[in-house]
Design a protein around this ligand. Structure first.
Ligand code: B12
Ligand code: SF4
Length: 499
């Protein structure tokens, strides 16, 4: 049986490590014909990968690629693979190469690009390599001919109905590694009981989203086609993970779990019918916050909802980002979650194209209002918008003067946290707001501090003492002479390092 190696690169960011769902899905699909080895570079060093290539002699080494810093590590690894094992073919798939297949293939160390959902194309490519047949009929494949000319095969096939996909190949990864990390994530981000008793893992039950938000990859990656596994199939995976690995808390990483409410309710019903004692979190839109609906999900263990609220300005929400929600709906949803005692994790963005300072302030005011209504709502730091490829807003950003990176390597230096966008009159102000917002949102009480270690106590005292200094700046939108703000950022980084 032919062998392949699939690789999850490092993000280069201080991020939580989730199980690589894309790779275990690919491995499961090709399993009848090819044996996969999955290597996660967030745990294993590059030398391990090179050693495995030597040992396994794979037909290909495939990397998963998002836009951002992971690109640098993948280019370096492909370069070294080509130096050490010139015959081994390198393949990249995932969101970034889907939007830039040609530019990605222009990199001399990458042989193939798999566009979009990778299962069928990967299988087709492996067969073609093994049988030495032509590549030009494999839909969604990018390749180079002998002269080095790049070819991008058109003919986008329909997505595979999700119930035809096998269960992801969990047995091919060391699940415990991910459980250990996710279970210890701070309470601010994971609900569902004491860290000591929860065993957390991510999984997915649907792909895509039917909404047209202009900043989201979904519009072009999933072409607004939402597809899902049926309730029975989804619950079978939850049950397997629960029984085999003792998972009792699931982070369901669907783009939008609640598109088909009937299906969501059926999942809840089945979890209850099977008497499974689990908790789970979902991603949902503000307009799905119906009290009776969420109550039923809660009864089956759903305890936390991640929501992109995006902005406090109705103009931005509807004219600019086409989110099709209003801030009034956001406030209502926050009330519903409070009534049901559901944990919320909310995300907001500032610096949208054409957003005025007054509209930015509307977002800050909305967050402050939410905190008054529901002090338990967790709120991500205020992100500064960065244009992501494959979105409508990206094109608008280019028209507004945003300079898009021109080759794969440069996309590797593209990451959030830095204000890349030319339309901001005062980018540093946005960075300061981004840095300080988590201190302002900090809403823990003394009772909520689990382990009262000196470090945790130090962090608590620091957070509580800076809030009164920062509040007037945020409330009155006053960002001139930010000496105190810069000092607090400096101190915050010291406390973070110490904690
Ligand atoms: C978990 C997650 C993370 C995790 C880990 C990501 C990972 N690589 O595993 C963490 C927390 C680290 C993370 C971080 C970020 N993320 Co994120 N994340 C997700 C999330 C919620 C789930 C990913 C997932 O498991 N999907 C399910 C699997 C089945 O799909 P898949 O991975 O796309 O794999 C399929 C195909 O892409 C393809 N494929 C993928 N890899 C390969 C490899 C080969 C060889 C082949 C042939 C095919 C192939 O085939 C797979 C099976 O069909 C997605 C949203 C989503 N629902 O996908 C966002 C998402 C991927 N993240 C996104 C973003 C923007 C970020 C951040 C920048 C966010 C931020 N501001 O914090 C950072 C930085 C990431 C970076 N550039 O390094 C965007 C991606 C945009 C882009 N152009 O890359 C997404 C789509 C969210 C969104 N709606 O905008 N993220
Ligand atoms: S609702 Fe969320 S997942 Fe759906 S397109 Fe909009 S931002 Fe993307």
């Amino acid at each position: 049986m032919g062998k392949i190696i699939l690789v999850q690169p490092k993000n280069g960011l201080n991020e939580t490590i989730y199980a690589p769902l894309g790779l275990i899905s690919l491995a499961a699909y090709i399993r009848p014909a090819y044996q996969s080895k999955i290597i996660d570079l967030r745990f294993d060093p590059l030398n391990y990968l090179y050693g495995q290539i030597k040992e396994q002699k794979p037909l290909i080494v495939g990397f998963s690629l998002l836009t951002g810093s992971c690109i640098i590590q993948v280019i370096d690894a492909c370069k070294e693979i080509k130096r050490k094992y010139p015959k081994v073919k390198t393949v990249v798939g995932g969101i970034h190469p889907t939007f830039f297949p040609r530019q990605t293939l222009e990199n001399p160390y990458i042989d193939f690009v798999v566009i979009n959902e990778g299962e069928k194309t990967l299988l087709g490519l492996l067969k073609a390599i093994e049988d030495k047949t032509g590549l030009d009929t494999i839909a969604n494949l990018g390749w180079k001919d002998r002269k080095g000319h790049v070819h991008i095969n058109q003919g986008v096939e329909d997505f595979i109905p999700m119930d035809e996909l096998p269960m992801p190949a969990w047995d091919l990864i060391d699940v415990e590694r991910y459980v250990k990390i996710l279970s210890n994530a701070p309470d601010d981000w994971v609900a569902g009981g004491e860290p000591s008793s929860r065993r957390v893992l991510n999984m997915y039950s649907s792909k895509g989203c039917p909404f047209p938000c202009s900043f989201c990859y979904n519009l072009f990656f999933n072409r607004r086609q939402w597809r899902s596994r049926n309730a029975e199939n989804t619950v079978a995976e939850l049950e397997m993970l629960n029984k085999k690995y003792g998972i009792n808390y699931f982070i369901v990483h669907d783009d939008n779990f609640v598109v088909n409410k009937k299906r969501s309710l059926k999942i809840a019903e089945l979890i209850n019918a099977k008497g499974m004692n689990i908790k789970y979190s979902i991603d949902a839109r503000i307009d799905a916050f119906d009290y009776e609906f969420l109550k039923k999900l809660k009864e089956s263990g759903m305890c936390e909802i991640r929501v992109g609220c995006e902005s406090g300005s109705n103009r931005v929400l509807n004219e600019i980002i086409q989110k099709r929600i209003t801030k009034e709906q956001t406030l209502k949803a926050v009330e519903v979650a409070k009534d049901l005692d559901l944990k919320l994790i909310l995300s907001f963005v500032i610096g949208w194209p054409t957003e005025t300072v007054a509209e930015r302030q509307e977002t800050i005011d909305l967050v402050l209002q939410i905190q008054k209504i529901n002090p338990k709502a967790a709120i991500y730091p205020l992100w500064v918008y960065i244009p992501y490829p494959g979105t409508n807003l990206f094109h608008q950003a280019v028209q507004l003067g945003f300079k898009e990176p021109q080759d794969l390597q440069s996309w590797g230096n593209y990451f959030w946290g830095k204000a890349h966008i030319p339309w901001l009159a005062n980018p540093r102000e946005y960075e300061i707001i981004h840095e300080l917002s988590p201190l302002l949102w900090y809403n823990k009480t003394w009772k909520m501090i689990g382990k009262r270690s000196p470090k945790n106590v130090m962090k608590f005292i620091f957070m509580k003492s800076v809030r009164p200094i920062l509040l007037p700046r945020f409330k009155y939108n006053f960002w001139r002479f930010p000496i105190d703000a810069n000092m607090i950022i400096w101190l915050k980084n010291r406390v973070k390092r110490a904690a």
